[in-house]
Design a protein around this ligand. Sequence first.
Ligand code: NAP
Length: 258
Amino acid sequence: MGASLQGQVAVVTGASGGLGAHFAKLLASEGAAVALTARRMDKIEALAGELAGQGHRAMALRLDVADAKSIAPAFDEIETALGPISILINNAGVGGDGMALEMTIEQFDETFDVNVRGVYFAAQAAAQRMLASGVAERGEGRIVNIASVAAQTNLPGLSAYCASKAAVAMMTRVMAREWARRGISVNALGPGYILSGINDEWFATEGGAAQLKRFPRRRLMQESDLDAAILMLAGPAASAITGQLFIIDDGQTLPGGG
Ligand SMILES: NC(=O)c1ccc[n+]([C@@H]2O[C@H](COP(=O)([O-])OP(=O)(O)OC[C@H]3O[C@@H](n4cnc5c(N)ncnc54)[C@H](OP(=O)(O)O)[C@@H]3O)[C@@H](O)[C@H]2O)c1
């Protein structure tokens, strides 16, 4: 593809499948060196090997973002191997479905540990390193938090997930403001439904099929539908874009029948 991210070093959390694996390939194809992180080492090692075989710089590193204390040391390891981190795709996430009346504290915490604490402390660790390395001084720091349409849409059965994604949208705004004069752009991307490990069981049910029929275009999105937004937010184009939530949902949340 292109070379719009040549010389950049990107970290992708949750790169072992679904959107994260796709984002890692996309960033590599634009010239970035990519650190793939997740818990399933076999998956990220295979993908890093595939990318390296195509001539890209790539590494795989185990990182469980629910263990917030392990994020900073992992990012140090990535910088030692690949150089200063300039892009973070803060993608690792879990679904956390369950009706509010039955939600257990453990289920709630599991969603927030990954989707909120994990995203928060990964953004913090990335920003600290961007400031220390000179990446931020050059205006090249980019943090893209993967939120969801759930940040703004009430989805029954997903109250903890919706709350976690709304938290991601708000932390994006405040971090963007705090780092506004320091060369780091922080934005959030809110995808609509794309078939992946997070929702494949749901869309195989009658309820899932009925939901799909209510989407104006009667379809799920493709991972590649997010490419333009990811490249914009991770690259030079985002120098004057910060603190925003971009909903890319194929019109799935547009109200109205028919
Ligand atoms: N698919 C959609 O329709 C959709 C729509 C809107 C937003 N999103 C968001 O997009 C992101 C990616 O989701 P996806 O659809 O690609 O789902 P997925 O296929 O289930 O992938 C989730 C990824 O997150 C990683 N992950 C989960 N818990 C983790 C932890 N504790 N530490 C590190 N990594 C962890 C998983 O890797 P390991 O299991 O190997 O750790 C996996 O790579 C999520 O934030 C999700 O909320 C998805």
